[in-house]
Design a protein around this ligand. Structure first.
Ligand SMILES: Cc1cc2nc3c(=O)[nH]c(=O)nc-3n(C[C@H](O)[C@H](O)[C@H](O)COP(=O)(O)OP(=O)(O)OC[C@H]3O[C@@H](n4cnc5c(N)ncnc54)[C@H](O)[C@@H]3O)c2cc1C
Ligand code: FES
Length: 250
C-alpha cells in the first residue's frame, strides 16, 4: 500500500561516521526490498526533489532506515532531529521473492540496507550473508545480521573480516558445499555484475538484484531512473528496484 504522509522522527543515531539509523513512525507493513521517497514536510528538499531510501527494518509501526550521507539531501536528513517531521511517500517498488530453502544475501556498503528486512521476514530454512565494506570503520549492523544467520564480512583493505570482495567469497562457497536456492544482492553495480557472472558460471538462475539509481519522482513520471541494459530499458522506480538477473543481462 502506498501512502503520502507527514511522519514523526522517533530517533536518529549515527552507526558510522557517515551513516545513520533513523526510526520513523509509519504504520504500514512493507514488502522486502521496497523503498520510500523522503523529503521535507512541504514536499521539497534542496534541490527540490525527494530522495529514495530502502526499508531497513519495520517493527510494530516503527520504520527503520539506514542512510549514508553522500550529498545535500542525505545531509539534510541526517540533521533532522527526533520530534521533527518528514514527508514520506511509500511503499514504492516491487519486492525480493522468497524461498523455503537457502537464502544468500550479498550486500555492498549502504546496499546492505534492504537485505536485513528481506532476510528477517523470509521463510528460508537457512540464511547467510556476505557483506562488503570499504574498511573497519565503515562496517555497520553486523550484530543485527548475525541474529538472522551466518555472516561473512569483507573489507577492501582487510582491516576487518576477510580481505576480499563479496563476489570472491561467493566463488569460494560454490567451490565447497553451498547451494543457495535464492540470492538477493544490492550494492555497487560492479559488485552486482561480478555476482551475476559467478552465478552464471555455476548455473544459479535465482539471482535478484536491487538497483539504487538516482531518482527524481519515484513514481514513473520523470524517466530519471531509466537503465539501459542488453535485456531492454527499464524504469527502476516502476519496474524495480528488484530485477531478476537474466532479465537485465542476456
Ligand atoms: C530504490 C533505492 C533505494 C535506496 N536506498 C538507500 C538506502 O536505504 N540508504 C541510502 O543511504 N541510500 C539509498 N539509496 C541512494 C540514495 O537515494 C541516494 O544516495 C540519495 O538520493 C543521494 O541524495 P543526496 O541529495 O544526498 O546526494 P546528491 O547531492 O543528489 O548526490 C551526491 C553524490 O552522490 C551521487 N549519487 C546520488 N544519488 C546516487 C545514487 N542513487 N547512487 C549512487 N550515487 C548517487 C551523485 O552522483 C553525487 O556524486 C537508494 C536509492 C534507490 C534508488
Ligand atoms: S524516478 Fe521518475 S521515472 Fe523513476
Amino acid at each position: 500500500m502506498t501512502v503520502n504522509r507527514i511522519c514523526k522522527i522517533i530517533s536518529s543515531n549515527f552507526v558510522t561516521k557517515d551513516t545513520f539509523l533513523m526510526n520513523v513512525a509509519f504504520d504500514e507493513i512493507p514488502q522486502p526490498g521496497q523503498f520510500l521517497m523522503l523529503s521535507k514536510p512541504d514536499g521539497l528538499m534542496d534541490p527540490f526533489l525527494p530522495r529514495p531510501i530502502s526499508v531497513f527494518d519495520w517493527n510494530d509501526g516503527v520504520l527503520s532506515l539506514l542512510i549514508k550521507i553522500v550529498g545535500k539531501g542525505t545531509k539534510m536528513l541526517s540533521e533532522t532531529m527526533p520530534g521533527e517531521k518528514l514527508r514520506i511517500t511509500g511503499y514504492l517498488g516491487n519486492n525480493f521473492p522468497d524461498t523455503t530453502g537457502t537464502l544468500l544475501c550479498i550486500g555492498g556498503g549502504i546496499g546492505v540496507a534492504p537485505l536485513f528486512y528481506t532476510a528477517k521476514i523470509s521463510k528460508a530454512a537457512k540464511k547467510s550473508f556476505i557483506l562488503g565494506f570499504r574498511d573497519k570503520s565503515s562496517v555497520f549492523m553486523e550484530e543485527k545480521f548475525r541474529e538472522l544467520g551466518e555472516v561473512t564480512i569483507t573489507t577492501d583493505d582487510g582491516s576487518y573480516g576477510l580481505r576480499k570482495y563479496p563476489h570472491e567469497v561467493l566463488e569460494t562457497l560454490f567451490g565447497k558445499w553451498f547451494e543457495p536456492s535464492l540470492i538477493c544482492t544490492c550494492g555497487p553495480l560492479i559488485m552486482m555484475d561480478f555476482v551475476g557472472k559467478i552465478c552464471e558460471k555455476y548455473g544459479i538462475t535465482e539471482l535478484y538484484k536491487s538497483y539504487e539509481t538516482s531518482m527524481g519522482c519515484g513514481i514513473g513520471a520523470c524517466l530519471g531512473c531509466r537503465i539501459n541494459t542488453p535485456g531492454g530499458t527499464f524504469l527502476v522506480c516502476k519496474e524495480g528496484p528488484v530485477f531478476k538477473a537474466n532479465r537485465r543481462e542476456k
